[in-house]
Design a protein around this ligand. Structure first.
Ligand SMILES: [Zn+2]
Length: 253
């Protein structure tokens, strides 16, 4: 089984019944989590009881992407003391945030930390973490295995690196915050859904999943805006949505 399960689809703060950014990736039994924002941990536990994951990747230190990592930390610390360390890939600021919540506990008792950006072998994957523009250091994530690529932007402003991150990806998960006035800001740190479609097209991705919707936004309108530029399938992230991956080979050379 090779699939992505959406744990949360909201940016900034969760809507009723929803959660902020989080994705559970199952690749032939290897369990990887991408981001753990507000309210994602209970959904993760419903999907994978006991929080049995092989690795966690966090794109950046904002709480809508990492705050429930704290809950997972406590599960491991108190529920499985002395258990194996959990590989955690993240920019250093994520640890600073977590350390602020647990100033008297050594985070390394639970986590085996690998800094992002960077390139790693992670279970079945080649992981590439690219630095993308945001208010704080943000690592866009690309996972490749068996000629298949899965990519996730985290939060980002427009950048040609998005075309590199999502190059020929079977599934490119891109934030589509669509915050009011976004394109008029002097410094860009987030995308619109129209821009997400444009960058997915430039990347040559097969499918685009929009996520990180600003609470209250019309998601159907976001999908329609992305489709103006992107000719492949456009999906809207939805809590508990499961998407099979692995249907397109990355061209060699
Ligand atoms: Zn965010």
């Amino acid at each position: 089984m090779r699939q992505v399960t959406v744990l949360g689809s909201c940016g900034a703060f969760p809507e009723p019944g929803r959660a902020c950014s989080g994705f559970a990736v199952d690749w032939d039994g290897f369990r990887l989590v991408l981001d753990l924002g507000y309210a994602t941990l209970p959904r993760l536990l419903a999907h994978w009881p006991d929080g049995a994951v092989d690795a966690v990747v966090i794109t950046h230190e904002h709480p809508d992407h990492c705050i429930d990592l704290h809950g997972l930390f406590r599960m491991r610390l108190y529920g499985d003391p002395g258990g194996p360390e959990l590989p955690l890939y993240c920019p250093p600021g994520v640890l600073d945030r977590l350390g602020g919540l647990e100033p008297d506990v050594d985070l390394h008792a639970v986590f085996d930390v690998r800094p992002l950006p960077g390139n790693y072998r992670l279970g079945p994957f080649e992981l590439t973490g690219l630095s993308l523009p945001h208010y704080v250091p943000n690592a866009g994530i690309r996972l490749e295995a068996d000629g298949v690529a899965l990519a996730y932007s985290g939060d980002t402003g427009p950048t040609p690196l998005l075309a590199e991150l999502g190059r020929d990806a079977d599934l490119f998960i891109v934030e589509a915050t669509d915050r009011d006035g976004e394109t008029g800001r002097p410094t860009r740190n987030l995308l619109t859904s129209a821009e997400a479609g444009q960058w997915a097209a430039r990347a040559g991705a097969r499918r685009l999943m929009l996520t990180h919707f600003w609470p209250g936004n019309d998601r159907d309108a976001s999908v329609a805006a992305a489709r103006l530029a992107f000719g492949g399938d456009v999906l809207a992230a939805e809590e508990d949505l499961q998407v099979t991956v692995g249907t397109r080979a990355v061209p060699s050379g």
